[in-house]
Design a protein around this ligand. Structure first.
Ligand SMILES: C[S@@+](CC[C@H](N)C(=O)[O-])C[C@H]1O[C@@H](n2cnc3c(N)ncnc32)[C@H](O)[C@@H]1O
Length: 339
C-alpha cells in the first residue's frame, strides 16, 4: 500500500488504484483533446505503441521517440540499480515511459499533475499487464505529503519544471524545497534519481537553443543574469532553471543528501545513447571522448538535428576539454544518484 496525505485527507492506494486532485495549469507537449483521443483509442483496444506511432512517427518523430523509445529507460542499471526493491515514486511521470517498465518488477506510484497524461499511463499500463504494480496519483508533488517509504524516487526531466507553473512561488526556491521534500520522503537508504540538462552543456555554450525556453544564449548564464536577460527579451519571468555539475551537487548536499554521484548522458538524458559515470574526476568520460566519436546531438527544444559543421565543432571541443581533464563539466545532460 502507498500512503500519503493530501490537504489533510489520509489516503491509501492499493495497486491499480487512482487518486485525483485536479489542476488546470501544467506541462503539455500534446493538446489535452488529442491525448484524450489517443487514450480512447487505447481503450478501444489499439495497442498503445501502434496508436502513438500512427499519430507521431511521421508528424512528430522526436515526440514519438520521447514517448516510445526503449532508450528512455537506459538509466535503469547504470544509475538506478536493477536490483532495487521496495516502492518507487516516479514524480512527473509524463507518458509513463519510466513508470511502466519499472512496474514490470517493482511497486510504483506514478505521480503526474496533468490528468490526460496520467490517463494515458493507466491505459498503456493495462495493455502492458503492469497495472497490478502501479498506482496513480494525479497531483502536484507539493500538494501531497508522504511518510518516508520509497526505495527510490525518480525525477527525470522534472526538477527544471517544478517552479514553472505557479506564478506565486520563486522557481529556484521551489527547486530547493523539492529536493528537501524528496530527501524526507525516501526510506532509509533510499535514492533519488535525477535526469536533467547541464546549464553549461557544451552545445548550449556554443549557441544551441535551451531545451526549455527554446532560445540560445540565456539559460546557460548564471541564474540572476539569465532571469534578467529573459525579462528584457520577453517582459516575462524565467521559471525554468538548470544547473552546472558543481551547482547541482551543492543543491543536493544542501538538501540533506550525503552521497551524490553524477553520470554524463550523451546526447542527453531523454534519449541517452551513452551513460558514463563521472566518478574519479570524470576519468572514464575523458577516456571515452578521446577514443570514440560522440553520438550526434540535437536541438533539445524541438529535436531537430544540429548542422554537421556544428557537430564537428562539438567533437573538436570535447576532445580539447577531455585532454585538459575538464570535459565532465560540459556534458550535455546528467543523471544523478543521490542518497
Ligand atoms: C519534461 S516532462 C518529463 C516527463 C517524464 N518524466 C519523462 O522523462 O519523459 C516534465 C513532467 O513533470 C511534471 N511536473 C512538473 N511540475 C510538477 C510538480 N510540481 N509535481 C509533479 N510533477 C510535475 C509535468 O507534468 C511533466 O509531466
Amino acid at each position: 500500500m502507498i500512503r500519503f496525505t493530501c490537504q489533510g485527507q489520509a489516503v491509501t492506494l492499493a495497486p491499480g488504484e487512482h487518486f485525483s486532485r485536479p489542476r488546470e495549469l501544467g506541462f503539455r507537449d500534446t493538446p489535452a483533446t488529442e491525448l484524450l483521443e489517443l487514450v480512447a483509442e487505447l481503450e478501444r483496444g489499439t495497442p498503445w505503441r501502434d496508436a502513438v506511432a500512427r499519430r507521431f512517427a511521421g508528424a512528430k518523430p522526436w515526440l514519438h521517440a520521447i514517448v516510445a523509445s526503449s532508450t528512455r529507460t537506459a538509466f535503469i542499471g547504470p544509475v538506478l540499480p536493477s536490483e532495487t526493491t521496495g516502492p518507487v515514486l516516479d514524480i512527473g511521470a509524463g507518458w509513463g515511459q519510466l513508470a511502466r517498465p519499472l512496474a514490470a518488477t517493482r511497486r510504483v506510484l506514478a505521480l503526474e499533475p496533468v490528468a490526460e497524461r496520467l490517463a494515458f499511463i493507466r491505459a498503456a499500463a493495462r495493455q502492458d499487464g503492469v497495472d497490478g504494480n502501479l498506482s496513480y496519483l494525479e497531483a502536484d508533488y507539493f500538494e501531497v505529503e508522504f511518510a518516508p517509504q520509497f526505495a527510490a524516487i525518480c525525477a527525470i526531466g522534472v526538477l527544471e519544471w517544478v517552479g514553472a507553473f505557479q506564478a506565486a512561488v520563486d522557481p529556484q526556491a521551489r527547486q530547493v524545497d523539492f529536493l528537501r521534500k524528496v530527501r524526507r520522503e525516501l526510506a532509509p537508504g533510499g535514492m533519488l534519481v535525477l535526469g536533467i540538462e547541464n546549464r553549461l552543456g557544451l552545445k548550449y555554450l556554443l549557441g544551441c537553443p535551451d531545451d526549455h525556453i527554446g532560445v540560445p544564449d540565456i539559460a546557460q548564464l548564471p541564474a540572476r543574469l539569465a532571469a534578467m536577460r529573459w525579462q528584457q527579451a520577453t517582459q516575462g519571468t524565467l521559471r525554468s532553471f538548470t544547473y552546472s555539475l558543481d551547482e547541482l551537487r551543492r543543491l543536493l548536499l544542501q538538501a540533506g543528501f550525503e552521497r551524490v554521484e553524477f553520470f554524463a548522458a550523451f546526447p542527453d538524458y531523454k534519449l541517452p545513447r551513452q551513460i558514463i559515470s563521472l566518478a574519479d574526476g570524470g576519468a572514464a568520460l575523458h577516456a571515452w571522448l578521446l577514443a570514440h566519436p560522440i553520438p550526434p546531438e540535437h536541438n533539445g527544444y524541438d529535436g531537430s538535428p544540429l548542422p554537421a559543421a556544428f557537430q564537428q565543432t562539438l567533437a573538436a571541443r570535447y576532445h580539447e576539454l577531455a585532454t585538459q581533464g575538464v570535459a565532465r563539466h560540459f556534458a550535455p545532460s546528467f543523471f544523478v544518484r543521490a542518497t
